[in-house]
Design a protein around this ligand. Structure first.
Ligand SMILES: NC(=O)c1ccc[n+]([C@@H]2O[C@H](COP(=O)([O-])OP(=O)(O)OC[C@H]3O[C@@H](n4cnc5c(N)ncnc54)[C@H](O)[C@@H]3O)[C@@H](O)[C@H]2O)c1
Length: 262
């Protein structure tokens, strides 16, 4: 674990997307908590409630609540609770949520049916827009804020098996830029980290994930695997005031793989 600092002292944050201790959202949350941030968490569904509550408790979280990002009602309730818990203010928002039907991460992208195409975009991209809109007044009250989402190279290049999730990430990447433009005048920054393969629950549902890991290790300039905490460190930088003039961009934590042509 990295040395503690106080760069998030006095800051409040909401973290969407912890499922278990392997989640990238948890690696980011640990970095924020170590820096002194007070964090609220959401979880999706009873199946993971216990593990998220245990993790949240370990960083003395004052708020842990259920949220399915497909539901506007759920999101409105969460942000109302966050406002109440943090005195009407919010500094940091971590969006680390994605979903596609497993059938669409196996076969051909061409065969993606309409309902499952929209499902992937709804959960993985629109949810950032909805959450940013609800965070806006709380961040404005705080004098500004920082929003961070998680993306992947499969939104920019065709990565076999990533399929509809790649299309969702392309939408997410573009949403980051438009949100950054809209919210910049309120001193709210919006950025993304593009991670190389990290072994998490979501990653396991991608057919051929071990192949993705092997190719990155073989062909990236640094020839080494990516750990969740590497992503946490970059995310913490983007969320911190050290990145006060960084918005609308993507930082790649992929051992340099994105820079290669072969
Ligand atoms: N693991 C990787 O290799 C990798 C690489 C690049 C980007 N990412 C991105 O990182 C983010 C986090 O994924 P992870 O790898 O930590 O896996 P994870 O399974 O730990 O996290 C995914 C989270 O999304 C949540 N989620 C799914 N559907 C939801 C819904 N309808 N409402 C609310 N929450 C919902 C899950 O509950 C889970 O907490 C995702 O956006 C993923 O695409 C992961």
């Amino acid at each position: 674990m990295p040395a503690a600092s106080d760069r998030f002292a006095g800051k409040t944050g909401l973290v969407l997307g912890v499922a278990n201790r392997r989640s990238i959202a948890w690696a980011i949350a640990q970095r924020l908590a170590e820096g002194g941030a007070q964090l609220a968490f959401t979880f999706q569904g009873e199946r993971i409630e216990r593990s998220v509550r245990e993790l949240a408790e370990s960083v003395s979280s004052p708020l842990v609540t259920d949220c399915d990002v497909r539901s506007d009602e759920n999101l409105q309730r969460v942000f109302a609770d966050v406002g109440e818990t943090f005195g009407g203010k919010l500094d940091l928002l971590v969006h680390s949520v994605a979903f596609a039907d497993a059938r669409d991460l196996e076969g051909r992208f061409t065969d993606t049916p309409r309902d499952r195409f929209w499902l992937a975009l709804d959960v993985s991209a629109y949810s950032l827009v909805a959450a940013a809109r609800l965070a806006e007044p709380l961040m404005e009250a705080a004098g500004g804020g920082s929003i961070l989402t998680m993306t992947y190279l499969g939104g920019e290049r065709a990565v076999p098996h990533y399929n509809v999730m790649g299309v969702a990430k392309a939408t997410l990447d573009s949403s980051v830029r438009y949100l950054a433009w809209d919210l910049g005048e309120k001193n709210i920054r919006v950025n993304a980290v593009s991670a190389g393969p990290v072994r998490t629950l979501a990653a396991r549902s991608i057919a051929g994930f071990p192949t993705m890991e092997a190719i990155v290790e073989e062909r990236s300039p640094l020839h080494r695997p990516i750990e969740a905490d590497d992503v946490g460190a970059a995310a913490a930088f983007l969320l911190s005031d050290e990145a006060k003039n960084v918005t609308g961009t993507t930082v790649y934590v992929d051992s340099g793989y994105h820079a290669m042509g072969m």
